[in-house]
Design a protein around this ligand. Structure first.
Ligand code: NAD
Ligand code: MG
Length: 389
């Protein structure tokens, strides 16, 4: 029986995780749940799964949650310290890291330090901390299993399901759907609304990652994520547009073999893979019907349409603090776009401006990376204000 902490249980990944968990009452016990502001949803989850601890964003929300759980034994905590307690609970051996953005970084690092099994959906955490997180994992003996569908696919296609052997593996191929604007005339992107950007053709996801998918910054973050997870140089990671999202990614070997993982675009497959590892467990995902799909298409990613890919490649090449700067600028710019403060093309323009303004330096310590993350957020807000004047 595994004891679970689900960081971000009210999000898209969090809910899918609970869906898989509920199918296997004899394999998993939910010990701790965390959410930010969606108290009603969290209360329902607490009633169903009876965790030891539930964590919310602040003290006021904690009071609200308590009032919704009058006779419950669930302890209600709040804020960043609450997240750490949820991860460190002595009955938790597996942590689903599914908070969106940098807010998930510290609890993920704590889980790694404590040598727990980490199911990593929160790609931003790895993009920000890169080698630092990988080193903590190696030192503590934690298990890091990728949940992002592309990385999970690659993990499944690698020898012995672990590290890539540079002598055997020629390159990794990350597939990308191309998002909602793959064919939209580029000169009309200025008019894109948050609703259009969040309407992903194949996947139902949170709003931030949906916007990232539309700009393909998501694939840029995934390029950096793959570089760290599989210790592959960025030039050996290709991005391939595959609009059906059936092949989730591929590994090319030196002997001419190209191994792929296929499935329905449903995150419960990689989630079940991580939860059950090293066994396979049912996920509720319907079987892929090849006959119905008929054909699969592939094309290169057009960097004129998706300049975020170039930014991410450059950040991946520089390493150091560049990925953290890019990620912070992206988080702030996407939020401003969702709040209708900037136009859609300005997202990437502003990230470019921030990357030009803050030089990359070696990412030697977590404190340094966190302070650069803060600096990049402030600069991004400043550039957004300047554009509004
Ligand atoms: P979401 O917006 O649906 O959910 C985010 C969760 O994080 C919520 O539970 C929210 O309460 C919590 N949260 C947000 N801000 C927080 C804060 N400041 N402090 C504490 N908790 C906070 O997002 P999602 O789509 O579930 O994505 C979660 C992560 O998984 C992201 O990093 C995303 O890139 C990654 N991911 C998602 C998918 C997908 O299909 N949704 C696929 C691959 C990777
Ligand atoms: Mg992905």
């Amino acid at each position: 029986m595994r004891g679970l902490c689900i960081l971000g249980s009210t999000g898209s990944i969090g809910e899918n995780t609970l869906d898989v968990v509920a199918r296997h009452p004899y394999l998993f016990r939910v010990k701790t749940l965390t959410a930010n502001t969606q108290i009603d949803k969290l209360a329902k989850q607490c009633i169903q799964f009876q965790p030891e601890i539930a964590v919310v964003g602040n003290a006021e929300l904690a009071q609200k949650l308590k009032s919704l759980l009058p006779n419950s034994s669930t302890q209600v905590l709040f804020g960043p310290e609450g997240l750490i307690e949820a991860v460190m609970h002595h009955q938790v051996d597996t942590v689903m890291s599914a908070i969106v953005g940098a807010a998930g970084l510290l609890p993920t690092i704590e889980a790694a330090r404590a040598g727990k099994r980490i199911l990593l959906a929160n790609k931003e955490a790895l993009v920000i901390s890169g080698q630092i997180l990988m080193d903590v994992v190696a030192q503590s003996g934690a298990e890091l299993l990728p949940i992002d569908s592309e990385h999970n696919a690659i993990y499944q296609c690698l020898p012995h399901n672990n590290q890539s052997n540079p002598l055997e593996v020629e390159e990794l191929l990350l597939t990308a759907s191309g998002g909602p604007f793959l064919h939209r005339p580029i000169d009309t992107l200025i008019n894109v609304t948050p609703e259009e950007a969040c309407a992903h053709p194949n996947w139902v996801m949170g709003r931030k990652i949906s916007v990232d998918s539309s700009t393909m910054m998501n694939k840029g973050l995934e390029l950096i994520e793959a570089m760290w997870l599989f210790q592959m140089p960025q030039e050996k990671i290709q991005i391939v547009i595959h609009p059906q999202s059936v092949i989730h990614s591929l590994v090319r070997y030196v002997d001419g073999s190209l191994l792929a993982q296929l499935g329905e675009p449903d995150m419960r497959t990689p989630i079940a893979f991580g939860l059950g590892w090293p066994q396979r467990i049912t996920s509720g995902v319907k079987p892929l019907d090849m006959m119905q799909i008929g054909q699969l298409n592939f094309m290169p990613a057009d960097v004129k349409r998706f300049p975020a890919i170039l930014l991410a490649r450059e950040a991946a090449r520089l390493k150091g603090t560049a990925p953290a700067i890019m990620n912070a600028a992206n988080e702030v710019a996407v939020e401003s776009f969702l709040n209708r403060q900037i136009t859609y093309p300005q997202i990437v323009q502003i990230i470019t401006q921030v990357l030009e303004n803050i030089p990359s330096e070696p990412a030697t310590t977590l404190d340094l990376v966190l302070s650069i993350d803060q600096l990049a957020r402030e600069k991004t807000k400043q550039f957004i204000r300047e554009r509004q004047q």
